[in-house]
Design a protein around this ligand. Structure first.
Ligand SMILES: Nc1nc2c(ncn2[C@@H]2O[C@H](COP(=O)(O)OP(=O)(O)O)[C@@H](O)[C@H]2O)c(=O)[nH]1
Ligand SMILES: [Mg+2]
Length: 333
């Protein structure tokens, strides 16, 4: 396989593709389109990497914590990092923090860090991040860390990518926890209470504990998310976090839970890709006439909106527009 680098003695990534190849492949993924689809068909993800998602509000310390985690995880293997930043679509994202933090792990051949930004890929940024995680998996990284901002949809979507989702809160995150900020609390496999050098850590811990207890009382899958208290800026609590991640890993590995989770994730990704494809086709120019005809019917009162939608889907099933008619191969992103 030409993508394989010549084994370079004691390189941490011996036998893995060289950095330039990985970088190029991730750029292809980021751009989306047919090239991305072709690449993913060629480089199947073996599902070997341990995928860890890190999410939480901006400023909670996710990047600082991620760098501590990278350092700690390096004891057990190679680490690929994807930092997702929906807020900076053009810069390529500087989310993973300043150079100082990056310098700590830069120069370590066993670490590969990449910021990703959406370039308007149809499947969205999280679809691109999921594909990027697959590429890093295929490249042979033992761990894939995905950092994403816990705002909007991305907070929920990281759980689609990760085996274990870490939600980072701080003593100041009161509102998020009190109102059980839509989704964010539910997706946590492990909570990190970071900035524990600040006041009110205990109050925050109790609030989290109550929230977790209330949640697990309503029936759960046998896992109670632990709360790990950290001071990421000082490296405190990192070992405890690694232990919590390992515990969750063991939990998942028993009773085929990991397989189940990954299957649910694949199902989710499969359905969103298919939905994106159908959406693209329906909005495609070749369907304009059919759509216009239904719009006429709606305007003249012959069909209700709902009837027209059913009718359109029926028509779609009967004679889906050909690839040629809409100018190319089906590509969901
Ligand atoms: N006091 C304190 N500051 C921290 C801690 N962890 C991170 N920070 C600082 O919080 C700021 C935001 O951190 P960053 O990792 O960029 O947060 P992110 O936006 O969640 O990725 C930076 O100035 C960090 O140095 C911590 O445990 N205690
Ligand atoms: Mg960050």
């Amino acid at each position: 396989v030409s993508a394989r680098a010549a084994t370079t003695g004691d390189s941490a990534r011996a036998g893995m593709p060289d950095r330039a190849t990985i970088a190029r492949e991730l750029t292809t993924i980021e751009r989306g389109g047919e090239a991305a689809v072709a690449l993913l068909a060629r480089r199947r993800s073996p599902g070997r990497s341990v995928r860890i998602g890190v999410t939480g509000a901006p400023g909670a310390g996710k990047s600082t914590l991620s760098m501590q985690l990278v350092r700690a995880l390096r004891a057990s293997g190679t680490v690929g990092v994807i930092a997702v930043d929906p807020s900076s679509p053009f810069s390529g994202g500087a989310l993973l923090g300043d150079r100082v933090r990056l310098n700590d792990v830069a120069g370590d051949d066993g670490v590969f860090i990449r910021s990703m930004a959406s370039r308007g890929a149809l499947g969205g940024l999280s679809a691109a991040a999921a594909d990027a995680a697959d590429v890093l998996d295929a490249a042979g990284f033992d761990f894939v860390l995905i950092e994403t901002v816990g705002v909007g949809q991305s907070e929920l979507e990281v759980a689609r990518i990760a085996d274990t989702t870490v939600v980072v809160v701080t003593p100041e995150s009161g509102d998020e926890v009190q109102t059980a900020k839509a989704g964010l609390m539910e997706i946590a496999d492990v909570f990190v209470l970071n900035k524990d050098d600040r006041p009110d850590g205990n109050a925050m811990w109790s609030a989290l504990r109550r929230m977790i207890d209330a949640r697990t009382r309503g029936g759960h899958d046998g896992w109670t998310p632990p709360i790990v208290r950290t001071v990421a800026s000082a490296g405190r609590g990192t070992d405890e976090l690694v232990a919590a991640l390992q515990a969750h890993r063991s939990f998942l590995s028993t009773n085929a839970r990991l397989t189940e989770r990954r299957r649910a994730r694949d199902r989710d990704r499969l359905l969103s890709l298919a939905a994106a494809l159908l959406d693209r086709r329906l909005r495609n120019g070749s369907w304009q006439q059919l759509v216009d005809a239904r719009l006429e019917a709606i305007a003249s009162g012959r069909l209700s909106l709902h009837e027209a939608a059913v009718d359109l889907v029926h028509q779609f099933n009967e004679s889906p527009p050909s690839n040629a008619a809409h100018g190319g191969t089906d590509v969901a992103r």
